[in-house]
Design a protein around this ligand. Structure first.
Ligand SMILES: [Zn+2]
Length: 108
């Protein structure tokens, strides 16, 4: 049987924010003085989306994005991915969310 990790792959639909390592998100939250546990199960899509929006709020600095990109490249490389097309819709939507006052507050 062939080793799947050795096969070349393309990742054509990837949300950059969602690809962040859980440990990285926990660390970014801690930097903001927030104790945060990355959820791993959801009862429905709405619950998942709320958690996603909450998590994106911890990505605040340009260096955070650079870090997530570097970790993504390392993780994708380890899986044999040779081409990836990350998008970042959560980061692009954030200013609009804040203007409308609909941002989700992190856990205290
Ligand atoms: Zn998508």
């Amino acid at each position: 049987m062939r080793d799947l990790k050795r096969l070349p792959k393309a990742h054509l639909h990837l949300h950059l924010e969602g690809s962040a390592r859980p440990a990285t998100i926990v660390e970014l939250a801690a930097r903001a003085g927030i104790s945060y546990e990355v959820p791993t199960t959801f009862r429905n899509f709405k619950e998942f989306e709320a958690a996603y929006v909450e998590m994106v709020d911890f990505i605040r600095e340009p260096d955070d994005i650079v870090r997530i990109c570097r970790e993504l490249i390392a993780d994708e490389t380890a899986q044999g991915v040779r081409y990836t097309q990350p998008t970042f819709p959560g980061l692009l939507r954030r200013p609009v969310r804040h203007q409308r006052g609909r941002g989700v507050r992190p856990h205290a």
